[in-house]
Structure formats: C-alpha cells, structure tokens
Ligand binder design. Structure first.
Ligand code: SAH
Ligand code: SF4
Ligand code: F3S
Length: 438
C-alpha cells in the first residue's frame, strides 16, 4: 500500500515518523510524498498547545474531504502521535472518518493494525505505554543517501510535571534506555556514514542507568571512532550538573551550541510553573557553560502570559534574554492544556498582552541573533557537508554552533557528503551564511 505521513510537533515526532516509515516499508508498503496518491494517510500529531492540536484535527479533516468527494474513497486514515494518546477512542466520536488511533509507544503494531483494517473496516485504537525494554526503543535501521546527521533516543517520557505541560500525560513516565543499546545504535549509524548524533529525550540530561550518568554517557560516546559531532536536546536546567557543563570544551565531539529551555526570567513565574530552579541557578549554569566553552551559543524556549505573569515579571524575562545573550529563542503564548495543573489557574493575561509580549521578545532576540551572526563574518568555520546549497554548484552544511552555511565547491554532494571542510564566511543573510572554501 502507498502511505503518506504528515508530521507535526517536536523532534521526537520527526524521529518517530522516520521509524514509522521504516516499519511500514519493511512490511511491504511504499512511502509517497503526495497525499493524493496515498492509500493510507497518517497524521503524526502534537498537542503541546491548542494550535498544533487544531492543526492535526484539520489535517485529518482535509483527508476526509477527499474521501467524501469520492476522490479516494478507500483511503485509510490513521491518527498517531500525542493527540492519539490524549484522546484515544474519543477520536472516533470527534472524527468519524479516522480509521485508527495509535500512540507513540505502539508503532510496532502498525503493520498488523493496517492488515486488520484492510480485512474488515472497523475502528482500532491502541494506546498506553510500554515498559522501556530494549525493543521498546525503536532504533534506526537504515539512513537515506547522504544522511550524515541522526537522532538517537536515550530516554522516553517525562515526569517533571511542569504545571503547563501535557507531555507527561501523553508521553508517559520516564524510561531510560540501556547504555549498551545506545552504543550499539550509534556504532551502527556511524558504520552507515553518519557523522553527527543528536541524543534525544524530553529531559535528556536526567539520563541515568545504574552508575552510567549523562556525563559519562557523553564521554563514552565521544570515544566512538568515526563520530565527528555530538549534540543533545532538550536538557533541563536543573540537571545541568558541573560534570555535564564541563564536558563542553573537553569532549572532542560535543559541539559549541546548546538549546536550554528557560521558560521565564522571573523567580515568581518559574516557581509557579513548577520549573524547580531559580533565575540565579539558570545563570550559574550559563556561566559554567561559558567558562567551559567561551564561544558556546545558547538558545532557549520561552512562554509568555503564564497565569499571574505581570509586566514586571515579564521584564525579568527580557533582562534574562539580554544577560544570557540568547542567539535564538522559540517563544510561545501560554496555552491551557488538559490534564495540567495550570489549566485550573486563571488564564488572566489577555490575548493582546500575550501578543505584545511575544513581539517584544522577537524584537530583542532578533537583534541579538543578528549581532551574533554579523560577528561571524570573516571567520573560518568548520562545516559538516550535509546537502546541496541554495545555488547551483553550492553545497551546504552546519557549523558546530548550528549555523547553516552555503559555499561553492568543486565537489558534488555525492563526493562531499559527511566531510568536514573549513569555510570562510563572506556574507551574512537572514537565514543562512555564505562562504568560501579555504
Ligand atoms: N522537554 C522540553 C520541552 C518540551 S515542550 C523541556 O522541558 O524544555 C516544548 C516547549 O513548548 C516548552 O519548552 C515550552 O516552552 C512550550 N510549552 C509547553 N507547554 C506549553 C503550554 N501549555 N503553553 C505554551 N507553551 C508551552
Ligand atoms: Fe514538559 Fe517540563 Fe517535561 Fe519539559 S521537563 S517535557 S516542559 S514537563
Ligand atoms: Fe508535541 Fe508530543 Fe512533542 S505534544 S512537542 S509532539 S512530545
């Protein structure tokens, strides 16, 4: 059967969609990039805020229209991902055109479910969490040509229960993967030509199995021959212990860039969010990181308009952005979610005020980002070649601090993919850098 996947949400979902692709391909199905060709359409959904939840629902609605119009009557529609776990069988009442619902821990059952539905059209819902056995972590079997960067899941779920967050409900309790299986997967990927690994988990640096801590895991991965770069996402500030911060600058592969969600700059707001660190503790992590790796670039996530956030609280977020010097930030308006404690709080910051705070953050972060990028002009940076560039004869890749660089090369992507090259930055564009090979 030809299948199509539409993916919403975070890197976990992006990674899961690739695993689903592998599972279905091994079962004899074929991926298509065009939903019009598909006999099976999957929507991999996110529910972190109301907006992505809506997007998933309207995407299945769009597929339904095609079914109703008779363009694709036999189309099988499946809802997977975090909305699947959140809603379970309720989905069929909400969206009768959906044939099945499968949550993130249950993707290995997909081939069987699809077979059952083909045999007898009926609604199927498979949700709930697995225990975290080795086979519960879907590892990458194959990579596409020139794929030099890959994600490796080291933990699933989250039980931090930040008061605004639905992730603990939809991704389940924390389960940490056995270190041997992590090493095995990375060795396999490196043997396929992968040069860069990003370790994945909702609270990735809380990792601990027996006496293997996150810092010791990083150190052991760093020893793997043929691996060039190591990253991780997303760490929680309260687990940025000195052994983790000092790994920067010490480990050969660990790149000078980190995404470290802070959410807010005011201690009152942080406390009310249940983040379990203070502004001062966050700044201490930042200063340890800068000491270990002076050129590290730091990005973050921010929420504006959390219940009770005053103008004075918000100004502390702005001052923290300046103090840390974030070079990028994903910022969101607070959105009340089911199953969270913040849903019971008074969502008292007006929509207009939330919009205005968001705009003020954008303005500040954009200015910092531009200044940081302008400072890269005329420097020579190491680029991992990952794809074709914007223009003919150009190649493109990322620097260790995560900037995209385009440059003219005598080599084709087939010849150059996965190589590390030095590029002198000659031009700074809004979304990319241009440079020359040195
Ligand atoms: N595990 C990661 C982030 C997961 S969710 C961490 O702990 O940092 C990604 C981002 O979505 C969060 O960092 C937060 O900024 C935002 N977010 C989560 N719940 C939200 C909500 N209810 N309203 C608005 N933004 C939210
Ligand atoms: Fe959500 Fe907090 Fe867990 Fe991140 S650490 S996934 S924000 S509960
Ligand atoms: Fe969204 Fe689920 Fe990720 S809710 S942010 S896709 S863990």
């Amino acid at each position: 059967m030809k299948f199509y996947i539409k993916t919403f949400g975070c890197q976990m979902n992006v990674h899961d969609s690739r695993r689903i692709e592998e599972i279905l391909t091994r079962a004899g199905h074929q991926l298509t990039a065009d939903s019009k060709d598909a006999e099976l359409a999957l929507v991999n959904s996110c529910t972190i805020r109301e907006k992505p939840w809506h997007k998933a629902i309207s995407e299945t609605g769009r597929l339904r229209k095609r079914k109703l119009k008779g363009q694709n009557e036999d189309l099988i529609v499946g809802l997977v991902g975090c909305v699947a776990q959140q809603e379970g069988e309720n989905v069929f009442e909400l969206l009768s055109h959906v044939d099945f619902v499968v949550s993130p821990d249950n993707y290995t059952h997909l081939p069987q479910i699809i077979e059952d539905i083909q045999r007898e059209r009926k609604h199927v819902s498979v949700t709930g969490f697995t225990e975290g056995r080795p086979e519960d972590f879907l590892s990458i079997q194959s990579v596409s040509p020139y794929e030099v960067s890959a994600f490796v899941t080291i933990m699933k779920g989250c039980q931090e229960r930040c008061r605004y967050c639905i992730v603990p409900t939809v991704r389940g309790p924390e389960r940490h993967r056995a270190p041997e299986h992590i090493f095995e997967e990375i060795h396999h990927l490196v043997s396929l030509g992968v040069k860069e690994i990003t370790l994945l988990g909702q609270k990735v640096n809380a990792y601990q199995v027996g006496d293997v801590t996150f810092a010791s895991l990083l150190a052991r991965i760093d020893q793997i021959d043929g691996l060039e770069r190591l990253r991780f996402t997303s760490p929680h500030p309260r687990h940025m212990t000195p052994d983790v911060t000092s790994a920067f600058g010490q480990l050969r592969t660990l790149c000078e860039s980190i995404h470290l969600p802070v959410q807010a700059g005011s201690n009152v707001t942080l406390k009310r969010m249940g983040r379990r660190y203070t502004r001062e503790e966050y700044l201490d992590v930042v200063s340890r990181l800068r000491k270990a790796s002076p050129k590290i670039s730091i990005s973050t996530d921010l929420i504006v308009g959390f219940p009770g956030e005053t103008e004075a609280d918000f100004k502390e977020t702005l001052s923290l952005i300046r103090e840390v010097g974030f070079t990028a930030a994903f910022s969101f308006k607070f959105s009340p979610r089911p199953f969270t404690q913040a849903q019971k709080m008074d969502d008292d910051v007006s929509e207009a005020e939330k919009s205005s705070r968001l705009a003020r953050i954008h303005e500040l972060v954009n200015a910092q980002e531009s200044a940081f990028r302008a400072g890269l002009r005329n420097t020579v940076m190491e680029v991992l070649v990952e794809g074709k560039g914007r223009m003919p004869k150009q190649l493109s890749g990322r620097t260790r601090n995560y900037q995209i660089v385009n440059f003219v090369s005598p080599e084709t992507i087939e010849q150059a993919a996965g190589k590390l090259v030095n590029v002198k930055i000659t031009q700074v564009n809004p979304n990319s850098l241009e440079g020359e090979l040195v």
